[in-house]
Design a protein around this ligand. Structure first.
Ligand code: SF4
Length: 366
């Protein structure tokens, strides 16, 4: 068995470390790029979501390198994500690939026993003991948390840094070095070193940078290629950003959801505008917008793929939140036709607007 999996933000670091530790052969999926999108767009139904197409392109590239099993995290409620696995299997079969899919779904959707069966299916080609496998998974979770934490700090500190570009460079080097390690112990060491390094970044905490919350559909938030590298661009502009939906958030949310203890702050914040889960992460998007305003952010940017059903609902609610709270929110829709120039112009104009509002507040005390 040679496994592969879709790119989803920092999850690839944990997956790599876990498979190294338990001795399962794997093919690291390519970093999402234009080629993935071109291949995926050719073989996917036109009306399918943008993330689906990028994933398909990456699968084909990994399969051509020898992958025969795809591990896919499942369940995002009643949106097209529920159809991903079946449709992806059908398309690959029609193209002549005989690929096995293992969908790691939530216990609420498939039951605890089935979930354990599927996890056992992944681990069955490993010769390691149950204890070693458990330890590998725990270390994988530690890696996701560390990497998300490093990313969160660098994205926030970039607005305060004295040497423009330092945080971005540290984050890039950290990710590159982490991928060159073998096993969780080595990777954790690298991440701890970079975490330490961040405390020596020279910052001016008297600065008052514009702060933007990045909200919206989880894949397009997490995958830089699909959001035109928006966080890096904002870092270059000296803007601090924050996103709540990260892989470590996802793990915690999934584990706590059967006990209804997940994302309590988001659920409370979204209650007035969207009191139900309607699929995807639309409720989170609405709650995050409210929380961003409450936590002193200057604005929020919602990113969603063209035709994303749950995010269209939150998109229609965000203007009400914006006018209720005098809080600027911009929506960016991405798909395979999205180009750099128009996208960048909108981001720059929004950042400019927030900067002017900030000045006005300082001058006139609004
Ligand atoms: S959340 Fe949106 S983009 Fe993601 S699978 Fe569902 S419909 Fe598609």
């Amino acid at each position: 068995m040679k496994v592969t999996f879709p790119q989803l933000g920092n999850t690839c670091f944990a997956a790599k470390a876990i498979f190294d530790d338990i001795g399962i052969e794997y093919i690291l999926p390519p970093v999402s790029n234009k080629t993935c999108l071109e291949i995926g767009s050719k073989i996917s139904p036109e009306e399918m979501c943008f993330p689906f197409k990028i994933m398909m392109g990456a699968y084909i590239q990994s399969i051509e390198k020898g992958a025969d099993t795809i591990i896919l995290p499942g369940s995002c409620g009643p949106c097209r994500y529920g159809e991903y696995c079946e449709l992806q299997m059908n398309i690959l079969r029609k193209l002549g690939y005989n690929i096995k899919f293992i969908v790691i779904d939530t216990p609420g959707s498939i039951g605890k026993d089935e979930l354990l069966n599927r996890i056992a299916e992944v681990g069955k080609s490993s010769e390691k003991s149950r204890k070693q496998k458990m330890l590998a998974v725990l270390n994988g979770y530690k890696i996701i948390r560390l990497m998300d934490d490093i990313e969160r700090k660098t994205r926030m500190l970039s607005g305060y840094e004295m040497n423009r570009g330092e945080c971005k460079r540290i984050l890039r080097e950290c990710k590159k070095e982490a991928l060159n390690t073998f096993g969780s112990k080595e990777m954790i060491k690298v991440l701890m070193r970079y975490k330490e390094k961040l405390s020596s970044v020279k910052v001016n905490m008297c600065k008052k940078p514009v702060k933007i919350a990045i909200i919206g559909e989880i894949y397009t938030i997490l995958e830089p290629f699909s959001n035109q590298y928006i966080e890096d661009k904002l870092m270059d502009m000296g803007i601090s950003t924050q996103k709540t939906l990260t892989p470590s958030w996802w793990v915690k949310n999934t584990v706590l959801s059967p006990f209804k203890l997940n994302s309590i702050d988001i659920r409370r914040a979204s209650k007035k505008y969207l009191p139900l889960y309607i699929g995807g992460h639309s409720r989170e998007c609405v709650g995050e917008a409210v929380l961003a305003h409450k936590n002193g952010f200057d604005g929020a940017i919602q990113i969603l793929p063209m035709g994303c059903m749950p995010e269209i609902v939150s998109k229609s609610i965000l203007p009400t939140i914006s006018s209720d709270r005098n809080f600027p929110i911009m929506t960016l829709v991405v798909d395979e036709m999205t180009g750099d120039a128009g996208f960048d112009t909108r981001v720059e104009a929004f950042a400019d607007l927030l900067e002017r509002r900030r000045m006005k507040n300082v001058l006139y005390g609004y």
